[in-house]
Design a protein around this ligand. Structure first.
Ligand SMILES: NC(=O)c1ccc[n+]([C@@H]2O[C@H](COP(=O)([O-])OP(=O)(O)OC[C@H]3O[C@@H](n4cnc5c(N)ncnc54)[C@H](O)[C@@H]3O)[C@@H](O)[C@H]2O)c1
Length: 258
């Protein structure tokens, strides 16, 4: 378990959650918190070994989890992930679309980034969320409804190249899917985190760049994965039963939006 996994008062006993990109970082914290709150969790990631290790960690702490290999950009792979949840745990209630190419991503400009790389990046970081929703929503509908949380970023509102472009797309997908899925009692929201201390963010944003970013926050420290968990669980829970189509910043006061 991560050091920062918080205790929670939410009760997700009997619920089934899929968290993509949960082999480490923020997704791992979401998966562990959902399991600690009683959900059966599918730990889905392109890194199958790490996903299996996170699932094993949850089981050894008394939770219920399976590790599943998925490429969120691939429709057949997303279908197989959804089938694993249904076969393993009997259905799907929650989907957290957290996976992204982030740790080790190329730092380049829109005008110069390799075209093939850009297409793959957008397929994973933007359309990956839509692809997983398309694979999972029939099982949610069969349960009478469900909830989806997409992982955006404050980069959607800042100058942040193709990374921000993908996250702006995630915000639009969130808004549109709220309408397309609302009739099935499936809610769709997004979280836009500010800078969060993960192994990945340390590789992408060197300390010399991070310090001025932190100085510009209202709360002058990096976020921890535990800072995001409360919003994720709230948005999935019935406490948020009339909230859909929104993007919530959890960012230490980085950006104030109208
Ligand atoms: N750390 C931050 O500062 C920060 C801030 C805002 C938003 N985010 C977003 O939060 C999410 C998690 O970030 P993190 O810092 O934990 O990074 P991370 O790199 O640890 O997490 C991303 C996970 O996605 C997985 N992944 C990559 N491609 C995949 C694919 N095609 N299919 C399935 N899984 C795939 C990776 O293996 C990894 O486990 C990302 O969506 C990121 O964009 C991070």
């Amino acid at each position: 378990m991560t050091d920062t996994a918080p205790t929670t008062t939410f009760d997700f006993a009997g619920k089934v959650a899929i968290v993509t990109g949960s082999a480490g970082g923020i997704g791992q914290a979401y998966a562990e918190a959902l399991a600690a709150a009683g959900a059966a969790v599918v730990v889905a990631d392109i890194d199958a070994d790490k996903a299996a290790a996170v699932a094993e960690g949850i089981r050894s702490s008394g939770g219920s989890a399976i590790g599943v290999a998925v490429d969120v950009a691939d429709p057949a792979s997303a279908e197989a992930m959804a089938a694993s949840a249904v076969d393993g745990f009997g259905g799907i209630d929650y989907l957290v679309n957290n996976a992204a190419i982030f740790g080790g991503m190329k730092l380049d400009l829109l005008l110069t980034v390799d075209w093939e790389y850009l297409n793959r990046f957008l397929s994973v970081n933007m359309l990956g969320a839509l692809n997983c929703v398309r694979a999972c929503y029939p099982a949610m509908k069969a349960r009478g409804g469900g909830a989806i949380v997409n992982q955006s970023s404050t980069a959607a509102y800042l100058y942040a190249g193709f990374y921000g472009l993908a996250k702006a797309g995630v915000n639009s997908i969130t808004q549109q899917l709220a309408h397309e899925l609302g009739g099935n009692n499936i809610r769709t929201n997004a979280i836009a985190p500010g800078p969060i201390d993960t192994e990945a963010s340390r590789t992408v944003v060197p300390d010399a760049f991070m310090q001025p970013i932190l100085a510009g926050l209202a709360l002058k420290r990096m976020g921890q994965t535990s800072d995001l968990v409360g919003m994720c669980l709230f948005l999935l829970s019935d406490e948020a039963s009339w909230i859909t189509g929104h993007v919530f910043n959890v960012d230490g006061g980085q950006i104030v939006r109208p």
